[in-house]
Ligand binder design. Structure first.
Ligand code: PMP
Length: 289
């Protein structure tokens, strides 16, 4: 394969070579996971749902008292121009805003310069055969953060909650793990939202189940409504997962991926179902429009 040009990373208004894109070891993003981020897709040279991602980034920042030193418009412009500078037609964008360098203590008032970083790269998806055959998941013992501890609505740089659940999945031989909330209801997976289909109705946990409001989740809900598929945002339990006709996950990196087994139980027929296939197809069309 021919090697592409050296990627250029945006850092605080400058485009630099990857090796030159560095932050201080005193940055509270590194020291404490104090910061926010976004993962975004580029399809056919166009940034998918840019406005939604920028809005979520700014909402996350607002929620943790972090002032992003750019307006929403400037951030959107920085993202699109970094994509152009990398001549990337299809790829993945990571936007990171850290609290900046400070003293060795938690107090954010001791930090000075929030770092704005935009990386444009490729994304490693699940192996293609899993999109055809479906994924197997387990329920993690680690529950999703209690919303009164750290709201799962914030896409913060502190992902240890999800990483602990991911490790449980990986150790059980699964690439994703289902996370419950503090009430024992289904919340989401470690990096994806979860959907079920039962008797033709598409069901997904509501935002107050303690989940990240996925941009892909919202796109799939819109697609389902447009296709006259009945949709319910309701509290779900593991019983609902085990007895569902179909299950799939959504995420920027994962797109729409079928799940055919959870905790060793076969879901539906054990093969990706018709509603999942239809929504996956419609999502591809939308992304490539
Ligand atoms: N939940 C979590 C915890 C996530 O980190 C993500 C993003 N990877 C999602 C859901 C899916 O969100 P989106 O569709 O916006 O990528």
């Amino acid at each position: 394969m021919p090697k592409g040009p050296e990627p250029k990373v945006y850092i605080n208004g400058k485009l630099v070579a990857r090796v030159e894109a560095t932050v201080s070891v005193y940055d509270h993003g590194l020291l404490y996971g104090d910061g926010v981020f976004e993962g975004i897709r580029v399809y056919g040279g166009k940034v998918f749902r840019l406005r939604e991602h920028v809005d979520r980034l700014f909402d996350s920042a607002r929620s943790i008292y972090l002032d992003i030193p750019l307006s929403r418009e400037e951030m959107a412009e920085a993202i699109t121009s970094t994509v152009k500078a990398n001549a990337k037609q299809n790829g993945y964008i990571r936007v990171v805003v850290t609290r900046g360098a400070g003293s060795l203590g938690l107090d954010p008032r001791k930090t000075t310069d929030p770092q704005v970083i935009i990386i444009v790269d490729d994304i490693t998806l699940y192996p293609p055969e899993l999109y055809e055959n479906g994924l197997e998941i387990i329920t993690a013992a680690t529950i999703r953060n209690h919303p009164n501890a750290l709201s799962p609505r914030i896409k913060s740089l502190n992902y240890l909650n999800n990483i602990m659940a991911k490790v449980e999945g990986v150790r059980a031989g699964c690439l994703e793990a289902l996370m419950l909330n503090h009430k024992g209801e289904v919340a989401e997976c470690t990096g994806d939202n979860v959907f079920l289909v039962k008797h033709g109705v598409l069901r997904t946990p509501p935002l107050d189940a303690g989940i990240l409001e996925g941009v892909t989740r919202n796109a799939v809900l819109e697609l389902a409504r447009a296709a006259d598929i009945p949709v319910e945002e309701v509290a779900l339990t593991r019983h609902d997962v085990y007895t569902a006709d179909e299950c799939f996950l959504t995420g920027t990196a994962a797109e729409v991926i079928p799940v055919v087994k959870c905790d060793g139980r076969v879901i539906g027929t054990g093969k990706p179902g018709p509603v999942t296939r239809q929504l996956r197809e419609r999502f591809h069309q939308l992304a490539r429009e």
